[in-house]
Ligand binder design. Structure first.
Ligand SMILES: [Zn+2]
Length: 62
């Protein structure tokens, strides 16, 4: 899988976060940098979100 905007390879966590933030059935994925820009957040914020989702037991982040 690659970022739809910059073409960089994306990780499982990045793909899972796209599903969470965009929609569960999305076929369009973005890397942390491009997601952060779209949502006006920092990359660190996105990584913190993943930790929180995982702690909350979200099945997308196993
Ligand atoms: Zn990107």
């Amino acid at each position: 899988m690659t970022c739809a905007r910059c073409g960089r390879d994306i990780s499982r966590d990045e793909a899972a976060l796209c599903r969470k933030l965009i929609n569960r059935g999305t076929t369009t994925f973005f890397c942390f940098e491009c997601l952060a820009k779209d949502f006006k957040l920092r990359v660190e914020d996105l990584k913190e979100m993943i930790v929180r989702f995982r702690e909350a037991g979200c099945t997308l982040f196993r």
